[in-house]
Design a protein around this ligand. Structure first.
Ligand code: MTE
Ligand code: MO
Length: 556
C-alpha cells in the first residue's frame, strides 16, 4: 500500500520464495513438550484421582484494610503504554529474527547446529551460501517493517521503542513501591505456590475457580504470572538484548556468559518473546472469560462496575490506535526510513558513543575457542581487476592509501607484512544475528596512521572494496580515527593462522572488534583519510548505512 519497490529492491525484499517453515530439533521439541504437557497431565491426574482441590478463592479472598484499592490512573496508563510499545517491539523483533532465521546455543552458528530454524532451507553444501542469501521473508502484517532483509529499519524501530518501554517500566515499578500497589504483584507468603497450583488445576481441567474481585487483589496464579512478567521477563529481555551487542561483548567478556554464550542470549531473548506472546493470549482469554466488561472498566477508567461499557470503548479505542499506528509505522518505514535511522542514531548512537565507546575492547579468546564454522557474507567481487589479482595470489596487489595525509603511499602485501603482524582471536557479530570466533592476523591500523601522517582535521577513515553492495556500487565503510587507533583495529591478511580465504576478504580486510560485522570491509582496494564521513557515498558512513539504513553507530 505504502511501499514502492524498485526492481532491485523487489528482488531483495519480495523474493519469489517466501515460504515460511519452522523446524525444531527433536531434543528441543521434547523439552517444550515436557514444559507444557507435564504440568497439564499432573493437573488432570490430581483432578481425576482426588477431585478438584479446595477453591482458594473461598479461603483467602476476604479483603483486608491494607489491600490496595482500585486501579490508580498511573497503573492503567502504564498498562496500555506497555501494550503499545510491546506490540512494536515484538513486531520489529520478528523482522530482525528472520534476517538470520536460525537460533543456536553455540557461538559458532554452524548450520545444522541450530535448534530452530525459520526457513525451509538447510544450508546448501554444493555452493557458497552467504548469511545474506539465508535471510527470509516475513509478512509485513507480522513483522515491522516486514518483507525480506529490512533489518536496518527493523532495528531502528526496535531501538527507538525500547527506551520508552524501559522508561514506562521503571516509572511503573517506582510508583508501585511508593504506593501500596506493590501488594498486588509481589508475593509476601510462600503459600502462594500451593494456592497457584490449585488454581492451575482448575484452569487446566476447564473449571473456573471463584474469582477475587480484581479491584482489591488478584488470585494467586494471576499474581504470580503478573509478577513474572514485570520482574522476570522484562529485565531478562533487557539483559539478553544487551548481551548481543559487540560493544558490550568485547569489553565485558563475562556478560554474555550469563546466558551460556552470545547465541544463548539470542535464543533466550527469542524465548522471552514467546513467553510474552503466550502470556498475552492467556491473559486476554482470561480477562474475557472472567467478566470482560468489569475487567475492562478496572484497567481503563478504574471504576469497579460491571454495567458501564466505558471500559470496552476505551480499551477498544486504544487497540484501534495501536493498529492505526502500525499502519503509520509501515508508511514511515518505506517513506521516511532516513528519519527513523537518524532518530535511532540520536537516541542510541550518542548514548553508545558517550559510554561504551570510551572503553577499549580487550582480547581474551584462546585458540580452543575458534569456531569450527564461520559464515561468509556479502557479494564476492566481480571486478576483472580483483580476479586477475586473485589468480596471481595478489602478488601484484597494491593498497592505495591517500586523502588528507602528508605521505600518501601504495603498499604491496609484502610491504604491509613488513610493517608487523598482530594476531587476535575475537568474536565477530553480524548485524543479522550470527557470530563466530576466529583468529585474525594483520597490521594494526595505528601503524598505517603513523606512516601516512593524517592532517589535523582528519576524523574518519574510509575503506573501499573491490566488491559491490547489495544494490550495486562499490562497498565501502568508514571508521572514526579514534576507533582505528584502538589496538584491536587491524588490516588482516590472515584468518585462523592461514592466508585470508577469498570469500572472507582476500587480500585484505578490516577488523574493528567493537563494531558490527558490516563495518569490516572485505576485499579492500584503497583507504582514504577524510575530514568527515559525509564526504563519501551518500554521506551516511557506509554502503549499508546509505542503502539499507543500517545503524549509523558512531557516525552521528
Ligand atoms: N566488501 C564487502 N565487505 C563486507 C561485506 C560486503 O558485503 N562486502 N559484508 C560485511 C558483513 S555484513 C559482514 S557480517 C562481514 C562478514 O565477514 P565474513 O564473510 O568474513 O564472515 O563482512 C563485511 N564486509
Ligand atoms: Mo553482517
Amino acid at each position: 500500500m505504502f511501499t514502492r519497490f524498485t526492481k532491485e529492491e523487489e528482488a531483495v525484499h519480495y523474493p519469489i520464495d517466501r515460504r515460511m517453515h519452522i523446524a525444531i530439533k527433536p531434543y528441543m521439541r521434547v523439552i517444550f513438550f515436557m514444559i507444557i504437557l507435564v504440568p497439564i497431565l499432573a493437573a488432570w491426574l490430581q483432578y481425576l484421582v482426588a477431585g478438584l482441590p479446595a477453591d482458594p478463592g473461598r479461603i483467602s479472598y476476604a479483603n483486608t484494610a491494607t489491600d490496595p484499592t482500585g486501579f490508580p490512573v498511573w497503573v492503567n496508563l502504564s498498562h496500555w503504554v506497555n501494550f503499545f510499545f510491546l506490540v512494536l517491539i515484538i513486531r520489529s523483533g520478528l523482522s530482525i529474527l528472520v534476517d538470520h532465521p536460525r537460533l543456536y546455543w553455540n557461538n559458532g552458528c554452524k548450520p545444522g547446529t541450530d535448534w530452530i530454524r525459520f526457513t525451509p532451507l538447510e544450508k546448501p553444501t554444493d555452493k557458497s551460501w552467504t548469511a545474506k542469501e539465508d535471510a527470509r521473508y516475513i509478512n509485513p502484517v507480522l513483522g515491522l517493517p516486514g518483507y525480506r532483509h529490512t533489518i536496518g529499519i527493523a532495528r531502528s524501530w526496535h531501538f527507538i521503542t525500547v527506551p520508552f518501554f524501559m522508561l514506562n517500566g521503571i516509572v511503573f515499578i517506582i510508583l508501585l513501591f511508593i504506593t501500596n500497589q506493590w501488594l498486588r504483584l509481589v508475593p509476601t507468603s510462600l503459600n502462594i505456590i500451593p494456592e497457584a497450583w490449585n488454581l492451575f488445576v482448575y484452569y487446566a481441567t476447564f473449571h473456573l475457580p471463584v474469582e477475587p474481585n480484581g479491584y482489591y487483589h488478584f488470585n494467586a496464579l494471576q499474581q504470580l504470572s503478573y509478577f513474572a512478567v514485570v520482574f522476570i521477563l522484562a529485565p531478562l529481555a533487557m539483559l539478553t538484548g544487551m548481551a548481543m551487542s559487540p560493544a558490550i561483548e568485547n569489553r565485558f567478556h563475562w556478560y554474555p556468559k550469563m546466558f551460556g554464550n552470545r547465541q544463548g542470549a539470542r535464543s533466550v531473548h527469542f524465548l522471552i518473546m514467546i513467553a510474552y506472546v503466550i502470556f498475552i493470549v492467556v491473559h486476554v482469554a482470561l480477562v474475557a472469560a472472567t467478566g470482560l466488561v468489569k475487567n475492562m472498566n478496572h484497567i481503563t477508567s478504574g471504576i469497579d462496575n460491571a454495567e458501564s461499557l466505558s471500559g470496552i470503548y476505551i480499551g477498544g479505542a486504544i487497540i484501534l490506535i495501536t493498529t492505526a499506528f502500525a499502519i503509520l509505522a509501515h508508511w514511515l518505514s518505506w517513506r521516511k526510513p532516513r528519519m527513523l535511522q537518524r532518530l535511532n542514531a540520536v537516541i542510541n548512537g550518542n548514548l553508545w558513543r558517550l559510554t561504551l565507546n570510551r572503553f577499549k575492547p580487550t582480547a581474551y579468546y584462546k585458540e580452543k575457542d575458534i569456531s569450527p564454522y564461520f559464515w561468509a557474507n556479502g557479494k564476492m567481487p566481480s571486478s576483472v581487476t580483483w580476479k586477475h589479482l586473485a589468480e596471481d595470489d595478489f602478488r601484484e596487489y597494491k593498497l592505495r592509501i591517500g586523502g588528507l595525509v602528508d605521505n600518501p603511499v601504495e603498499l604491496s602485501l609484502q610491504e604491509l607484512k613488513n610493517l608487523g603482524l598482530k594476531q587476535t582471536i575475537t568474536m565477530h557479530h553480524c548485524i543479522q544475528g550470527w557470530s563466530g570466533i576466529a583468529e585474525w592476523g594483520g597490521v594494526p591500523i595505528s601503524q598505517i596512521i603513523e606512516l601516512v601522517k593524517p592532517a589535523a582535521n582528519v576524523t574518519t577513515v574510509a575503506f573501499y572494496s573491490f566488491g559491490e553492495g547489495l544494490y550495486g556500487g562499490h562497498y565501502y565503510d568508514t571508521i572514526t580515527l579514534d576507533n582505528c587507533l584502538k589496538p584491536q583495529s587491524i588490516l588482516a591478511w590472515e584468518m585462523n593462522y592461514a592466508a585470508l580465504p577469498l570469500e572472507h576478504g582476500a587480500p585484505l580486510r578490516l577488523r574493528i572488534e567493537n563494531q558490527l560485522g558490516y563495518k569490516m570491509v572485505k576485499w579492500i582496494s584503497s583507504i582514504e583519510f577524510l575530514e568527515t564521513h559525509e564526504m563519501v557515498g551518500k554521506g551516511f558512513g557506509g554502503k549499508n548505512e546509505d542503502d539499507e539504513y543500517f545503524d549509523l553507530l558512531a557516525n552521528t
